[in-house]
Design a protein around this ligand. Structure first.
Ligand code: AR6
Length: 173
């Protein structure tokens, strides 16, 4: 767990090797964190995304960071939350695992995640945060020597920050 940090703030301001975008399957931009990332990265990002032919929910594709301080953006469409019984947890876990995989393949040593699916897509924050921690912890355990030194969970509200900190404490016990 030593590599995992939680911060409150705007993911578009982080100077890390990769930030993760909670995208949609078109990869052509949208609202929320997706909109913020595209606005700050500039039109080059959209141009590169157009060539990717979209992305299925749970999968992840990597691009450059353009005008962002981050070197890369990893785009992953999360599940749209329906009732909690429609494969949402499986898809959300895949978002974290596949994003870690893309980052490691690109030689990234630091990565920052937003709380995927918990905004416009309606995933309950507490359940989503448990999945975020367990997926990343599992990836780091099963990929020793992958070179990932720092995983940052970026919370956009102090309420989300409190929930993430509580879950981290529970897991560390
Ligand atoms: N930095 C960090 N976190 C942020 C930022 C930011 N700048 N802005 C929002 N968040 P959402 P989703 C948080 O809605 O639920 C888009 O239209 C936000 O508070 O961005 O996966 C896409 O194109 C929440 O905790 O993504 C899709 O259509 C988290 O990021 C759809 O929204 C995710 O909220 C994806 O919905």
């Amino acid at each position: 767990m030593g590599q995992i940090e939680i911060v409150l703030g705007d993911i578009t301001e982080l100077k890390v090797d990769a930030i993760v975008n909670a995208a949609n399957t078109s990869l052509l931009g949208g609202g929320g964190v997706d909109g913020a990332i595209h606005r700050k990265a500039g039109p080059g990002l959209l141009e590169e995304c157009r060539k990717l032919n979209g992305c299925a929910a749970g999968e992840a594709k990597i691009t450059g960071g353009y005008k962002l301080p981050a070197a890369h953006v990893i785009h992953t469409p999360g599940p749209i939350y329906r009732d909690g019984k429609s494969n949402e947890a499986v898809i959300l876990k895949k978002c974290y695992i596949n994003s870690m995989q893309r980052a490691v393949e690109a030689g990234c040593q630091s990565i920052a995640f937003p709380a995927i699916s918990t905004g416009i897509y309606g995933y309950p924050i507490r359940e989503a945060a448990v999945i975020a921690f367990s997926a990343v912890t599992e990836f780091l355990k099963t990929h020793p020597g992958c070179g990932m030194k720092q995983v940052i969970f970026v919370c956009f509200s102090s309420r989300d920050l409190g929930i993430y900190e509580e879950i981290k404490r529970q897991i560390e016990q």
